[in-house]
Design a protein around this ligand. Structure first.
Ligand code: P6P
Length: 327
């Protein structure tokens, strides 16, 4: 039979993974496939944003008391609809939903997973065509999967080191789906000719060092003195030849730093005492990805993945990047 050199689709990649894991049932692969379907639908909206009625604000405010952009609301609905119509997770939590949403039916109650997501991160950039992203993390339930046993709030308040898989999609010059499991970090680029995510960034490793430092300079004088002292160490070291790059879209800033190396921080500020970024669907998923790729993620005082969550929407300071910056 003729040999055809083709790139693996996300599903084909997962089939290979599942075949190598004796106890795997394929449920996690089904959940990743469902999420990839939802983000393909979001990708259509993002790519035609200026031609569809998806720009600007929705007129809603979320539990964070933040303006919900139309695309936030549309993306949230796309992900919710696909996951609730599937049977590969027992429930979800979203930045745009006040509380967890339990899919309480015999099929979904038997799923061993729950999923948390930020449907569109960086939404303030939507109207200016700057790269934005979607972020998710998947945990195994603490509650017992059974037809009459719905998931519980406790399932959604697990520390990040319990993550089974986490990932992001960056809607940029190309649309790339990056996800991590304990078997590594891999990136898949959407091939619009076949409508599939295809393996393009196998076995991503965070460079040991990097020359990019990312933080919002406008907040510098709101940083604590220890944060300024920490930054001064690198900004005054002539041997590091640092460049400051800050897109203001977490997924875009972190995807660049994951590939090229560097440091990103959103520390405590006067306006955001606990930092601005949310632990359960921004910091933990990104910290798990960086750690699996050889990077580091802390609050400045403790590892992000070790934090025991107390609130679904709690914020934490984050310093994340190449190991060099944590020596
Ligand atoms: P600031 C975007 O609104 C976001 O949630 C992240 O994507 C981004 O890293 C951060 O906030 C930017 O915040 O205060 O610098 O505009």
């Amino acid at each position: 039979m003729i040999k055809i050199n083709k790139t693996l689709t996300l599903e084909e990649f997962r089939y290979n993974d599942v075949k190598q894991i004796p106890y795997a049932t394929g449920e996690l692969s089904n959940l990743l496939r469902d999420f990839s379907l939802a983000v393909k639908r979001i990708n259509v909206e993002v790519n035609k944003a200026g031609l569809l009625d998806v720009l600007g604000t929705s007129g809603l405010t979320n539990i964070q008391n933040e303006e919900v952009m139309k695309l936030d609301d549309i993306a949230n609905t796309h992900i919710f609809n696909v996951l609730s119509s599937g049977y590969s997770c027992a429930g979800v939590a979203s930045e745009e939903l006040d509380d967890i949403m339990i899919f309480d039916n015999p099929a979904n109650n038997q799923s061993k997973y729950i999923l948390l997501y930020d449907p569109i991160d960086g939404s303030s950039n939507i109207d200016t065509n700057v790269s934005i992203g979607s972020i998710f993390s998947i945990y195994r339930r603490i509650s017992k999967p059974a037809p009459d046993s719905p998931c519980t709030k406790e399932d959604f308040l697990q520390p990040g080191h319990q993550i089974i898989a986490s990932g992001y999609v960056i809607y940029g010059s190309s649309t790339i789906f990056v996800f991590a499991t304990k078997r590594g970090v891999n990136g898949f680029t959407l091939d619009p000719t076949i409508g599939e995510f295809c393996l393009s960034h196998p076995n991503i490793q965070c460079p040991q060092t990097g020359s990019i430092i990312s933080f919002n300079m406008a907040n510098y004088y709101q940083f604590t003195q220890p944060t300024r002292d920490y930054l001064k160490k690198f900004l005054t070291d002539k041997t590091t030849n640092l460049s400051h790059r800050y897109i203001g879209s977490l997924v875009a800033d972190l995807h660049r730093n994951l590939i090229k190396g560097g440091l990103f921080l959103y520390p405590s500020t006067l306006a955001h005492k606990n930092g601005k970024l949310r632990l359960q669907y921004e910091c933990n998923p990104m910290a798990f990805i960086f750690q699996q790729a050889g990077g580091v993620a802390t609050t400045g005082l403790e590892a992000i993945l070790d934090i025991i969550p107390t609130e679904l929407h709690q914020r934490v300071p984050i310093i994340i990047g190449s190991p060099y910056f944590f020596k």
